[in-house]
Ligand binder design. Structure first.
Ligand code: MN
Length: 249
């Protein structure tokens, strides 16, 4: 078995090291990760400048691009084999609900799915005030999930989005749906030395709403959350209604 690892925090991030250590012995591990941090870059893809891939050991490269670049390049350019699974993480910070649209970690995993390889994204959900990070907790969950995914020969257009609460050990694993992650709204307007306005965007974590069975609810209750995601964003709920707008007799 071959497993390719990627992330968005960068090649030298502690989460990637923890993931690599946790998966030892499960498969041959390959690493293709950005040479510096690309958090909240979502699915950005580099088309208009060259990419460099610097070897960083026997089956590892640091790439001057985004997480999606890394996965695409790894699959189609660097690895001599097609991996059975791609794992993205362990991210420093949760990727719950709305976060998946901004996340470079999830985008790296989704790029694998778009290229036909099933994937797992894994994130350690920490609050801004947390100073101690329990990488070992997330690493143990990662090993459990990857072990099972490989045993089940997970394949198809699916991404398992895993989030682990930042605590010593978890109450167990819950299979969840994608919820909402609500943040306070923040647009901070300031003035530059030339008198022109500039802005800082991005609020703080507020809550996950009242949504039993959601990813946020599981993590808040001290459980690891695993949500199967697919690239098809079609709203089945709205499909017939919208069809009615344009195909009415
Ligand atoms: Mn990150």
């Amino acid at each position: 078995m071959n497993v390719m690892l990627a992330n968005d925090d960068g090649f030298d991030a502690p989460g990637l090291g923890a993931l690599q250590a946790a998966l030892q012995g499960l498969a041959t591990l390959w690493v293709v990760a950005p040479d510096h941090e690309h958090s909240a870059m979502s699915h950005a893809f580099t088309l208009h400048k060259p990419l460099r891939a610097t070897p960083r050991g026997e089956r590892a490269w640091a790439v001057s691009g985004t997480p999606a670049d890394c996965v695409y390049l790894g699959l189609h350019g660097l690895l001599p084999v097609r991996p059975d699974l791609v794992i993205s993480g362990i991210n420093r910070g949760g990727n719950l609900g709305n976060d998946v649209f901004y996340s470079g970690t999830v985008a790296g995993a989704m790029e694998a799915v778009l290229q036909g390889v099933s994937a797992v994204s894994i994130s350690l959900d920490k609050r801004a005030s947390d100073t101690l990070l329990h990488w070992d907790t997330a690493a143990a969950v990662a090993r459990q999930v990857v072990e099972r995914a490989l045993a089940e020969r997970l394949s198809g257009r699916v991404l398992l989005n895993v989030n682990v609460p930042n605590q010593p050990g978890v109450g167990g694993l819950r299979v969840t749906h994608l919820g909402q992650h609500r943040y306070s709204v923040r647009v901070d307007e300031r003035t530059d030395p030339w008198g022109r306005a500039y802005y800082w965007l991005g609020g703080e974590h507020r809550d996950f709403g009242e949504d039993p069975g959601s990813d946020g609810a599981a993590v808040e209750a001290g459980f690891a959350s695993i949500t199967p995601l697919a690239p098809d964003l079609t709203s089945r709920e709205w499909l017939t209604t919208i069809q009615g707008w344009f195909h009415a007799e």
